[in-house]
Write a protein that binds this ligand. Structure first.
Ligand SMILES: *Cc1c(COP(=O)(O)O)cnc(C)c1O
Length: 387
């Protein structure tokens, strides 16, 4: 057994990021300023989006996108139950009604046929999540959106660097929302970015993100600005700071390398675990894409074991192996059980995955020895609890 604890994820921060943050701290300008502008431009160019709006989180991005689209009471938004809570919470906080469509059993991405079944005259938008960094099948989703006049908002929190049929997520004809939380493929500490080809929407989100002040108002204390400002509408406080962008500026050029490293480890796991009957390893979608491997999420076949998934994770911990839970399905959380009860039979694939899924360690700084320790611990736990 390994002697030190291996966390399920940890960010890769080098001297470049540290020095850039120090530079910001010493510069006298630590909040939104030139470094946010540079990170916005670099990220926009990397994903190939016409417009990008940097924010304090992806959750803020979801919130402002829904507000900018004027989502209101009675509007239905179709999304996946296999996501982080904020995808669905933001719909509710805007007064909309989330409608959960089941996932495909292999990729755990939203099932387009299940989306179609749930479209009503009140449906306004679809929020697909590129689960674990693997692109959803966007062509049929865009076809549906065209047929029923719906907006596609991609929750791209896992998908910085993901490509669908040769196109980067962020460059499709939709709205894509990225997260730079420390566990994500690149980080700014906390942070997010909304990417879109819709200039009006980008302008609206820019306004809403900072008190409703006109776009370049952050400059008002700089030599080039004027201290006067105007409030064009009541807005939020969701701006990204320069000390956050300072980190992102140096993470972004390493993203492709991070993905290569993540894919190496994921493929090693796939090879080593494919024959383990008590696990179902993640499946590749049939279309051409680049998987960004944000997460490695096998399902534990609990019917073949004497322990449940939570116990499985505890046993891994005793072997000094950390793991994550992405995700307990939305409809299994307390608030949703009470206020929006959905029978497991309505979402059979998500309900099945919810009880069995776990995230094994996957991050660029991991060594192949670390990955071997993970495989060994997984096999040991299974051997000790096989029925
Ligand atoms: C992390 C995450 C979010 C929220 O991102 P924040 O930047 O933490 O607000 C939303 N959706 C998914 C799928 C995520 O993984």
């Amino acid at each position: 057994m390994r002697s030190t604890f291996l966390p399920f994820s940890t960010p890769t921060i080098e001297d470049a990021e540290i020095n850039e943050v120090i530079d910001s701290l010493k510069s006298g300008w630590i909040t939104t300023g030139p470094k946010v502008k540079r990170f916005e431009e670099d990220f926009r160019a990397y994903v190939g989006a016409p417009f990008a709006v940097p924010l304090s989180s992806a959750t803020a991005g979801l919130h402002l996108t829904l507000l900018a689209l004027a989502i209101k009471e009675g509007d239905e938004i179709i999304t996946t139950p296999m996501t982080f809570a904020s995808t669905v919470s933001m719909i509710i906080l805007c007064g909309g009604t989330p409608v959960l469509a089941d996932i495909e059993p292999g990729t755990l991405n939203i099932d387009v046929n299940e989306v179609r079944r749930r479209i009503t005259p009140r449906t306004r938008a679809i929020i697909p999540v590129h689960f674990a960094g693997q692109s959803c099948d966007m062509d049929p989703l865009f076809a549906l959106a065209g047929e029923f006049d719906l907006t596609i908002i991609e929750d791209a929190a896992h998908a910085a660097g993901t490509e669908y049929k040769g196109r980067r997520i962020g460059s499709l004809d939709s709205i894509s929302i990225f997260s730079f939380h420390p566990n994500k493929n690149i980080t700014t500490g906390e942070g997010g970015m909304v990417c879109t080809a819709d200039e009006t929407l980008a302008e609206e989100i820019s306004l809403l993100k900072f008190h409703g002040m006109s776009r370049e108002a952050w400059k008002r204390f700089a030599a080039s600005g004027t201290p006067n400002y105007d409030i064009l509408l009541p807005g939020f406080k969701y701006n990204m700071m320069d000390i956050q962008a300072a980190i992102g500026i140096h993470q972004l050029p390493r993203l492709d390398g991070f993905i290569v490293k993540r894919a190496e480890i994921a493929e090693y796991y796939n090879r080593e675990l494919a024959d383990v009957q008590e696990l179902a390893v993640p499946q590749y979608a049939p279309y051409q894409q680049r998987h960004a491997w944000h997460l490695y999420t096998p399902l534990v076949r609990i019917e073949k074991l004497s322990i449940d998934r939570d116990r499985f994770m505890e046993e891994l911990k005793k072997h000094n192996i950390g793991s994550g839970l992405h995700y307990k399905a939305i409809h299994h959380h307390a608030w949703y059980r009470e206020h929006m009860p959905i029978a497991d039979s309505q979402l059979p694939n998500a309900s099945y995955a919810s009880e069995r899924i776990l995230s094994l360690p996957l991050f660029p700084k991991m060594t192949m020895d670390d990955a071997r320790d993970v495989v060994e611990a997984v096999k040991d736990v299974i051997a000790a609890h096989r029925t």
